[in-house]
Design a protein around this ligand. Sequence first.
Ligand code: NCD
Ligand code: ZN
Length: 331
Amino acid sequence: MEFSLNSPLDMHIHFRQDKMLELVAPLTAKYFAGGVIMPNLVPPVDSIDKLDKYRSEVEQITSPLNFEPYMTLFFRQYKEEELLAAKDKIIGIKLYPAGVTTNSESGISDLKQADSTFRMMQELGIPLLVHGETHGFVMDRESEFISVYQWLAENYPNLRITMEHITTKDAVEFLDRYENVFATVTLQHLLITLNDVAGGLLQPHLFCKPIAKRPEDREALLEAALEAHPKLMFGSDSAPHPVHKKESAGCAAGVFTAPVAIPILVELFEKHNKLENLQTFLSENARRIYKILPPEKTTTLSKQEYTIPVRYGEVVPFRAGETVSWWYKDE
Ligand code: NCD
Ligand code: ZN
């Protein structure tokens, strides 16, 4: 049995730089037609020069694979001329509250001070992508941030806002409250809860920000994804770290899912008899929401037992060493 997808998109992906970029970017670009490239490098991508340089580093690797990198800038207060120059080069600007995740130290600490940037983004039609977590108790960080999303949605009604990597029932419910609010969801948050991370022996390769939550949260996310909720897009948040940064005291946050995301999604949607909705979840919703036309690419999988490698270079993937029931055809 085979299953094909037409131009699947990953609307939230960490490509990193240098050797890591060379290792991970092809593992997305082979299978996806495009992806939203996160700007949390060291230092962050927060100027046109850095953006141009990063795009060309990415394109050097991804162009032969017929992949469109949708670039993002790291949020700061920008001047109008900067936004005008950036507008056609980016899909949006990614906002990290200061210090909430990997390489976000230079993020924003008081959103109200950024009013003029939000207003200009709204006028220019530049979407705002948000890592929505407070500095509160780890299980409550996303739910606490909903009031910030509300403030943004109400104050900037024409600003398109994407809640990145949502992990809670609260966020799923919030999606329907404002026309200008959308969301991405990762693979791992459709599959795991905090129990999988820390309920038995600690699993560093499942540790990410935002942390996986409760069973009822996972259920709400899974239901929305399986129905291909029109405001929900797939964004893997595949976030590679070398094994020594994961299997150590002070484990880095991030789950590496790039090469395994599509096969595991096919397995999951098939299990729930919802395969017919996967194309919408993996591509159509994003095309409509962001008004993008990705390169034509067909990704075909066949039903076959496949054992996921234990390593890709120095990175351990999600479900390393486990068997999946679908894999890419001819691989
Ligand atoms: C991401 C990373 O490693 O860059 N980590 C993560 O746990 N998701 C950063 C992020 O998206 O928060
Ligand atoms: Zn991310």
